[in-house]
Design a binder for this molecule. Structure first.
Ligand code: PLP
Length: 491
C-alpha cells in the first residue's frame, strides 16, 4: 500500500474519531496512532495536515492534536428598534455634558475639566479619613435622609449664619442638589430663568425636569437686573438659577451694586433663587471673597447649593442644599424619593476630612497652585491669542472665558484641538439658547506651568487656521457646526 492510500485511510479514520469527540477534544498521540494502526510518522503527519487544512483538527506542536471548536453561528443582531417607538423623542440632549464628564486620556492637555486634576486633589487625606471610617461598625447602616447631623452643622457654619444645621440637606454633589431643586420647586412646563451663558449641567438638569428655560443675559458684572425684571414680568417665572460668585463659564461675580437689585426682582416676583455657590473654596484673592447672596435674604427666597467635589475630589460626592420653610420640606421629599440617603461612608469621610487640621492647609495650597495656573494660562492666552481675547481675569473659580475671532466656529476649534490632544470646551455648549459670539471655556485647574505656554501656542495655531478658513468661505463660523451642537437651536 502506497503512502497516499495509507494517509487517505488514516485521514478517514481520524475524521471519524474527531466526530465522536467534543470541540477541543484530544486525539491519540502520534506515537499511539503509529503503534495501533501500524503506520509511519510521515503518514500520520500527512493525514493530520490534511484535516488541519480543512478545519477539522488543530495540531498544537509539542502539545497534541485537538478537534476544532465548532465555529459558533453568529447570533442574529437583536432588534431594538421597538425601543425608539416606545420611548418617543428624547427630552434632554446631554452630549456636551457627557464630553465634560469623559475622563481625559493620559497624555491629553485637559483644558476642559471642571474638577481638579489628581495632583491637586486631597487624595491622601481622603484615603486616611476613609480608612478610619471603614473600621466603624455602623458605617454601612442607614442614614437619615437629611444627612449626618455633624456634617450638616459644618455646612451650616460655612454659610455665615444664613442657614442653621436643620435647614441643610446632604446631597451626592451639587448636580443632584440642582436637579432635586428644579423638580421640587417647579412643575414640568414651568418657566425657569437662567443666566446666559451658564453651567451646562444646570441646563441639562432643568430640561430633564421639563422646565422651559428662559435665558437672562449677563455681562462682565453678572446678571443684568433690568433684563431680569423684564424676564420675570414676561414669563411669570417663580424660579431663577444663578451663580453670583465666579460663574461657570465666564468667571464673573455679581457686582456689589447689582446684588440688591437682583434680590429685589426675585422678591417682587415671589420667586426662588437657586444660588449655585460651587466656587466658594476657589477664591484666589486679593481680599475676601464676596459673601453668598443668601446673606442678603431674610425670607427664604434663596436656596443655597454647595459641594465638596470641587475642592476635595470629584469622587467625594458630597454636597449640601440649604433652604427654609416649605421649600425645605419639598426638597427633602425630592431627595427621599430620589435615593433615600447619601452613604454613611462618604458622609463620615467628608466630615473627618473637613474637620481635620490639614483641611485649611489643603485649601491654602490649592489656592496657591490655582493662582499660579490661572496666571500662567491668562498670560499664555494673551500672548498667543491676543490681548483682545481675554477680558477681566476672574479672582476665583477654575475657568477663563476666551473670545475667538469673529466668524470662527468654536465647535470646529474644539474638534480640531481635540485631534491635536488639547481638550477645550466650545462656548456654545454653555448657552441655553443661541450663542452671540464664538468663545472657548479654558480651565486652568490642570494647566501645568511647564506645558501651558506651548499648549496655548498650538491652540492659537488651530484658531488661526480656522480663522483663515472663515475668511476664505466668508461664512459665519458660529453656525457651521450647528448640526453637531446639542444645545443650539437649528437655524
Ligand atoms: C457650576 C457647577 N455647579 C454644579 C456642578 C456639579 O458639581 P458636583 O455635582 O460634582 O458637586 C458643577 C460641575 O462642574 C459646576 O460647574
Amino acid at each position: 500500500m502506497n503512502s497516499d492510500n495509507s494517509s487517505d485511510r488514516l485521514a478517514q479514520h481520524l475524521r471519524l474519531l474527531a466526530a465522536g469527540l467534543p470541540p477541543g477534544g484530544r486525539l491519540p498521540s502520534v506515537r499511539t496512532l503509529m503503534r495501533e494502526l501500524a503506520v509511519g510518522p510521515v503518514t500520520v503527519r500527512q493525514a493530520v495536515d490534511r484535516l488541519s487544512r480543512d478545519g477539522t483538527l488543530e495540531a498544537r506542536p509539542g502539545i497534541g492534536t485537538f478537534t476544532r471548536g465548532r465555529t459558533p453561528r453568529p447570533a442574529a443582531a437583536a432588534d431594538l428598534g421597538w425601543q425608539s417607538v416606545a420611548l418617543g423623542p428624547g427630552r434632554v440632549e446631554t452630549a456636551a455634558l457627557s464630553r465634560l464628564c469623559l475622563v481625559a486620556p493620559d497624555r491629553a492637555r485637559a483644558l476642559n475639566a471642571g474638577y481638579l486634576p489628581q495632583e491637586l486633589q486631597a487624595t491622601a487625606a481622603i484615603a486616611a479619613a476613609a480608612a478610619r471610617v471603614l473600621r466603624r461598625p455602623g458605617v454601612w447602616s442607614r442614614m437619615p435622609v437629611e444627612g449626618l447631623e455633624a456634617l450638616r452643622a459644618w455646612f451650616a457654619a460655612g454659610t455665615g449664619g444664613c442657614f442653621s444645621a436643620h435647614e441643610v440637606t446632604i446631597c451626592p454633589g451639587t448636580q443632584a442638589a440642582n436637579a432635586a431643586a428644579f423638580r421640587a420647586l417647579a412643575r414640568p412646563g414651568d418657566p425657569m430663568l437662567i443666566e446666559s451663558p451658564t453651567y451646562v449641567g444646570a441646563i441639562a438638569a432643568a430640561r430633564a425636569a421639563g422646565l422651559e428655560l428662559v435665558p437672562v443675559p449677563t455681562d462682565a458684572d453678572g446678571l443684568r437686573p433690568g433684563q431680569l425684571e423684564a424676564a420675570f414680568a414676561r414669563t411669570g417665572a417663580r424660579l431663577l438659577y444663578c451663580q453670583p460668585t465666579y460663574a461657570v463659564p465666564t468667571g464673573t461675580v455679581l457686582e456689589a451694586s447689582r446684588r440688591a437689585a437682583v434680590l429685589a426682582c426675585v422678591v417682587r416676583a415671589g420667586a426662588f433663587l437657586i444660588e449655585d455657590d460651587w466656587a466658594r473654596d476657589f477664591h484666589l484673592g486679593p481680599g475676601p471673597a464676596p459673601p453668598p447672596l443668601c446673606a442678603d435674604d431674610r425670607d427664604g427666597h434663596v436656596i443655597l447649593v454647595r459641594s465638596l467635589t470641587k475642592s476635595a475630589a470629584p469622587g467625594l460626592r458630597i454636597g449640601a442644599i440649604c433652604a427654609k420653610g416649605a421649600a425645605l420640606e419639598r426638597l427633602r421629599a425630592a431627595r427621599l424619593t430620589d435615593d433615600f440617603f447619601v452613604p454613611g461612608l462618604l458622609q463620615e469621610t467628608a466630615l473627618q476630612l473637613v474637620t481635620a487640621p490639614g483641611w485649611p492647609r489643603h485649601l491654602r495650597g490649592l489656592q496657591g497652585a490655582l493662582r499660579e495656573r490661572r496666571d500662567g494660562l491668562a498670560a499664555a492666552v494673551r500672548r498667543h491669542l491676543g490681548p483682545q481675547s481675554l477680558g477681566r481675569v476672574p479672582a476665583g473659580g477654575l475657568h477663563l472665558w476666551v473670545a475667538l475671532p469673529p466668524g470662527v466656529s468654536d465647535l470646529a476649534v474644539e474638534h480640531e484641538a481635540e485631534a491635536a490632544g488639547i481638550l477645550v470646551s466650545a462656548g456654545r455648549h454653555w448657552h441655553p439658547a443661541e450663542a452671540d459670539r464664538p468663545m472657548l471655556r479654558l480651565s486652568f485647574g490642570a494647566a501645568g506651568p511647564d506645558w501651558i505656554d506651548g499648549c496655548v501656542a498650538a491652540l492659537a495655531g488651530i484658531v488661526a487656521e480656522a480663522s483663515g478658513r472663515a475668511m476664505v468661505t466668508g461664512r459665519p463660523g458660529q453656525g457651521q457646526g450647528s448640526a453637531l451642537d446639542p444645545l443650539r437651536a437649528e437655524p
